[in-house]
Design a protein around this ligand. Structure first.
Ligand code: B1M
Length: 208
């Protein structure tokens, strides 16, 4: 029988078809979609992160785990995003210039959608100029930036400076594994969220 532990193990092993089957079984059993994500899919990916760091897993295996996790998320996503929520505001989200990590950013996008925000996901490797263009094009309330590398997180500062230079009335929030509240304060961000659920709360507060 599918449970969170076996789902996590399948993510760790990068077994995509097993992840899909187990995720579907949990959905069919009426499990809370957010619990499937947090206690099954993300829990598995956290182990992958630790093993990658310790040199116990390598990039191809990590990619298979990431792809498996994303397949599970795709199955769960409609159950969350379909809730009949009002539009609380428009958020553009992207991973900063030079950074290709998108799993966490996509989770944040998904949670924001499920929290009633209109979300435009610009993708990965987004320069300050592209964030600013996007903010103008979509008349955005909030720019949400993700960075997973200490080498790319400084582009968040560049984006905030460009937003100010252009005189845009848009809030800039940041997140990602190397980001902290101290860093957010240092670069003049309007907020920092450590995880996807907090990002939704933060956007709610900024729009209140
Ligand atoms: Co990379 N990688 N990676 N990687 N990778 C890390 C980030 C690393 C910590 C691994 C390690 O060494 N321990 C390390 C960074 C070290 C550092 O800078 N301090 C690292 C490195 C070094 C690299 C490369 C340079 C490796 C190389 O080539 N030598 C390279 C860089 C490529 C590039 O971007 N230019 C690289 C490549 C890759 C893969 C392509 C193999 C793959 C990415 C696949 C993909 O995203 N499609 C990958 C992965 C998977 C990881 C780890 C293992 C997992 C990241 C992840 O998806 N976590 C990661 C190790 C780790 O984090 N433990 C690692 C799961 C995800 C749900 O969490 O993204 O943190 P996270 O998102 C969370 C929160 O942070 C927050 O909410 C999310 C959900 O709760 N959040 C936000 C994220 N964005 C937010 C935005 C917000 C708010 C909250 O806006 C307001």
């Amino acid at each position: 029988m599918a449970n969170f532990e076996s789902l996590s193990q399948s993510v760790i092993a990068g077994k995509e078809s097993q992840v899909k089957e187990q995720t579907q079984a949990l959905i069919d059993a009426g499990t809370d979609p957010l619990e499937i994500i947090n206690q099954g899919l993300i829990a598995g990916m956290n182990v992958v992160g630790a093993r990658f760091k310790n040199g116990e897993m390598f990039v191809p295996e990590v990619l298979m785990s990431a792809k498996s996790m994303s397949s599970g998320i795709e199955l769960v996503k409609p159950l969350i995003a379909d809730s009949d929520m009002p539009n609380k505001g428009t958020v553009i989200i992207g991973t900063v210039k030079g950074d290709l990590h998108d799993i966490g950013k996509n989770l944040v996008a998904m949670m924001l959608e499920s929290g009633g925000f209109k979300v435009i996901n610009l993708g990965i490797d987004i320069s300050p100029e592209k964030f600013v263009e996007g903010a103008k094009e979509y008349n955005t309330d909030i720019i949400a930036m993700s960075a997973l590398l200490t080498t790319t997180m400084l582009h968040m500062k560049d984006t905030i400076e460009l937003v100010k230079e252009e005189g845009l009335k848009v809030k800039c929030i940041i997140g990602g594994a190397p980001i902290s509240q101290d860093f957010a304060d240092e670069i003049g961000a309007d907020g920092f969220a450590p995880d996807a659920a907090s990002a939704t709360d933060l956007c709610g507060k900024l729009m209140a």
